[in-house]
Write a protein that binds this ligand. Structure first.
Ligand code: GN1
Ligand code: MG
Length: 362
């Protein structure tokens, strides 16, 4: 637990005027600690998002933050003139030394954003319109960043979506079995091993590298509270060169199914074809005509590859004794893996219909 006096000490380093009123933990991310903080100055209140960065997962914080600064500044430039520009991209709050991050006494790294008013997030999709809006927001994000040179971004986590490397890491975790958990997940291991070729489908397809978000979960979109429009994409830690199919695929994984990522009732875990179609149409609206044919066709495979990859990552972490993702109960990573593999099986069953729709729409 973070103490308010510690948080106040950290906040003093940022260029924020006024008095701290409150700080509360928010969000459902698996990596960082996130707080919503409110300041008051006279009759004005201002709100911020303060994050303690997970430095095990992001050991090079200056590189991470330099990417984030590039991306947020580029988005602001591209959005200049838009009547709602300030709510359409994240804005970093500088420290009093004009840096984008600071350290506390324990050596932990912190960053701060302006909170975006009158928005909310969703962990589970509620309608096809919402799926359409989420996908459109990620499509717009990719389009806005298409004018940023890819070489200006550092690879924050090398090989992040290189699925064959994730597969190799799983093999290693099986071979080492450091937590002694292998006997309890033989079926999941078998499910993964027979699908090894799927891990190579995208990397061997010779697709163009773009600047992609790489973590396009539904809960990384802020929706306007009133209109329901997807207005801002958040969680920019993994913005780096990648494939369009990664971004589309992670949307299919998280938004074409309303079940939780760790749902234990696997009967609830299925790809909903209407949600898939809404995602496809929403994503293609802003980017469609800019993508070459082969890249548009790769969207049909994105969901399967990324869902497979994510299942492998959860299984690997389970076998390693839960060292990467935050877990809130015993066996949670295995439940997450099972849900991903069930979702993948459902995608496999619907692959003909998916291919036909992508052929038609894309
Ligand atoms: C992590 O923090 P969060 O929940 O946005 C992870 C993603 C995974 C996701 C699974 C840096 O994202 O890659 O897809 O969990 N981020 C990192 O829910 O590993
Ligand atoms: Mg997130």
């Amino acid at each position: 637990m973070l103490r308010l006096d510690e948080i106040a000490g950290v906040l003093q380093q940022f260029a924020i005027d006024g008095r701290l009123v409150s700080a509360e933990a928010i969000g459902s991310g698996h990596i960082h600690d996130t707080l919503h903080v409110t300041f008051t100055s006279g009759k004005w209140e201002s709100e911020y998002i303060l994050q303690r960065i997970n430095r095990t997962i992001f050991p090079n914080v200056p590189a991470l933050m330099s990417n984030m600064q590039r991306v947020t500044e580029h988005l602001a430039k591209e959005l200049a003139g838009h009547p709602d520009a300030e709510r359409r991209a994240l804005t970093l709050i500088p420290t009093r030394n004009e840096a984008t991050w600071c350290q506390d006494q324990a050596g932990e790294y912190w960053r701060c954003f302006r909170a975006i008013p009158r928005t909310r997030t969703f962990d589970a999709v509620e309608s096809t319109e919402q799926a359409f809006q989420a996908a459109k927001a990620f499509g717009c994000f990719q389009r806005l960043l298409s004018s940023l040179p890819a070489e200006s971004l550092i690879e924050t986590i090398p090989g992040f979506h290189h699925t064959p490397s994730r597969f190799a890491a799983l093999r290693e975790a099986i071979a080492n079995d450091v937590a002694g958990r292998m006997a309890g997940c033989k079926r999941e291991i078998e499910f993964a091993l027979v699908r090894e070729p799927l891990s190579r489908v995208l990397v061997e397809a010779n697709l163009p590298l773009r600047i992609t978000h790489n973590d396009t979960k539904l809960n990384n979109v802020l929706f306007d509270e009133e209109s329901g429009e997807g207005i801002c994409v958040i969680d920019l830690d993994t913005v780096m060169p990648g494939l369009t199919a990664y971004d589309f695929g992670d949307m299919v994984r998280t938004t074409a199914c309303a079940a939780a990522e760790d749902e234990q009732d696997l009967a609830l875990v299925q790809m909903d074809f209407a949600l898939f179609e809404a995602l496809l149409r929403g994503f293609l609206e802003p980017v469609g005509s800019a993508l070459p044919h082969a890249e548009r066709m790769s969207l049909a495979q994105g969901g399967q590859v990324i869902t497979f990859e994510q299942g492998i990552r959860f299984l690997t972490d389970y076998l390693r004794g839960d060292t990467y993702y935050k877990v809130h109960r015993e066996g949670q990573n295995l439940d997450r893996c099972r849900a991903q593999f069930k979702l993948l099986a459902s995608m496999e069953e619907q692959s003909q219909a998916v291919n036909a729709l992508v052929e038609k729409v894309a």
